[in-house]
Design a protein around this ligand. Structure first.
Ligand code: SAH
Ligand code: SF4
Length: 425
């Protein structure tokens, strides 16, 4: 979502005639787009902003701004704490950025903050420039209403709102006109997308008829809102890829309840069963959060056993960090850091083994892969992606970028598949 917001910011500023600088030292304006989800992400931003003071001392005319969730959370405190920062702009105020930049430049510079969360702002009508040739991000919802007890997102990104289906369709069609072959629909919880009579399943069905579009993906799904209708739409829509990111967070009902996730372990497992029976070959990824306040060794054991039961293809794993203002911040952060680290390492190791097993099982199989870009290893090798979102390294040519090819997997590296030259589908 933040990468997508950075594209949006770049587009808004380019309409003012601003362009991308080659590097920090040549820039007249430096904007840092930030995340507040974990304390560590914020600490890194503070470090970066402190380091930028030297550049500001040398070239005081540079404008330095902070965008995104941390800007929203800290607001004017950020300007007080780091007086060399000029602009602080929250996620619903990016339309104001061009005006702020030209005003700050003119008044040489004065500190300013734009922090109003706007439940109507969907950035309708702005078609972000893309940096990726083949795949385009299309935010379909902004904000979140779920208030999971550990999570700061609803406080810093405001209430959930959906972009009208016509506007989504237009964005997708324009992305395809601009060369994209795949779209990734974005939102904190895309499953609760709703605009008038159109829910998320209806939106997926609508996108089936966009000419020239080969693949549709989406991020993130909330298990509670993954209805039978959505599963049926995934099963029935040829363009929708067989990949679902379905964060479970924990395998313990007690912890899930304390997290305010709105589902139980059994319900989650039931969704997985339905998905696997209706969407054969589905690749399933998740988020795991360890060390939530009060998580006992037994609760953690339930998470491990759920991971073993489901065998996710990939998992993003996190160590709980209390976030100010959230419900969980009022609970005692009871799991010692050392123990959180130990639990985290255990789930990382388990997931590595599961990912390896998934890759092993694909060796020898024929896959459909979309050629994305030259691989870092070079030498005529390209990065492609399977419908299940596995990376594939294969020999290809630049003219094949954006094409879907059929190829046979010959090996893997532990993270990516390796395949022979593909033939067009
Ligand atoms: N809307 C998405 C993503 C939210 S943030 C969702 O519901 O899945 C991405 C992940 O960060 C979450 O899934 C969670 O695992 C993790 N996360 C959120 N708050 C956190 C916190 N306070 N400490 C550690 N990890 C956190
Ligand atoms: Fe945070 Fe929960 Fe919303 Fe995801 S669904 S953004 S974890 S509150």
């Amino acid at each position: 979502m933040n990468f997508s917001d950075s594209e949006l910011i770049e587009t808004l500023l380019s309409e003012q005639g601003l362009g991308r600088a080659a590097g920090e030292s040549e820039a007249d304006l430096i904007l840092i787009n930030t995340c507040s989800v974990r304390a560590h992400a914020e600490q890194r931003v503070m470090g970066r902003l402190r380091a930028l003071k030297k550049l500001k001392d040398r070239r005081p005319e540079i404008l330095l701004g902070v965008c995104g969730c941390m800007a929203q959370r800290m607001g004017e405190d950020l300007l007080r704490e780091l007086p060399w920062v000029d602009l602080v702009v929250g996620p619903d105020s990016y339309r104001r950025l061009p005006g702020l930049v030209s005003r700050a430049g003119r008044d040489n510079p004065v500190q300013a903050a734009e922090l109003v969360l706007d439940r109507a702002e969907t950035y309708h009508g702005i078609l972000p420039r893309r940096r990726d040739e083949v795949s385009a991000w299309v935010p379909i919802t902004r904000g979140c209403d779920n208030f999971c007890s550990y999570c700061i997102v609803p406080y810093v990104r405001g209430r959930e709102r959906s972009l009208e289906p016509e506007a989504v369709e237009r964005q997708v069609a324009l992305a395809v006109e601009g060369g994209a072959r795949e779209v990734v629909l974005l939102g904190q919880n895309v499953n609760s997308y709703r605009s008038g009579p159109t829910g998320f399943a209806g939106l997926l069905r609508r996108l089936e008829s966009v000419p020239g579009l080969a693949r549709v993906r989406f991020l993130t799904s909330h298990p509670r809102d993954l209805s039978d209708e959505i599963v049926e739409a995934m099963a029935g829509c040829g363009k929708v890829c067989e990949h679902l990111h379905l964060p479970v967070q924990s395998g313990s009902d007690r912890v899930l309840e304390a997290m305010n996730r709105g589902y139980t372990r059994d319900y989650y497992l039931d969704r997985v069963r339905l998905l696997r029976s209706r969407v054969p070959g589905l690749s399933l990824t998740t988020d795991i959060l360890v060390g939530f306040p009060g998580e006992t060794a037994e609760d953690f054991g339930r998470t491990v056993s759920l991971m073993k039961q489901v065998c996710f293809d990939y998992a993003y794993t996190f160590r709980y960090s209390p976030r100010p203002g959230t419900a969980a911040a009022g609970l005692e952060d009871s799991v010692p850091e050392q123990e959180k680290k130990r639990r985290l390492q255990q789930v990382i190791d388990l997931q590595l083994a599961h990912t390896r097993a998934a890759l092993d099982s694909m060796v020898g199989a024929e896959v459909e892969a979309m050629v994305v870009k030259p691989a870092r290893s070079g030498q005529g090798k390209y990065l492609a992606r399977t419908r299940g979102h596995f990376s594939v390294i294969l020999p290809a040519e630049s003219s094949q970028v954006g094409r879907v090819v059929r190829t046979v997997v010959t090996a893997h590296t532990g993270m990516s598949l390796v395949a022979g030259a593909g033939c067009d589908t």
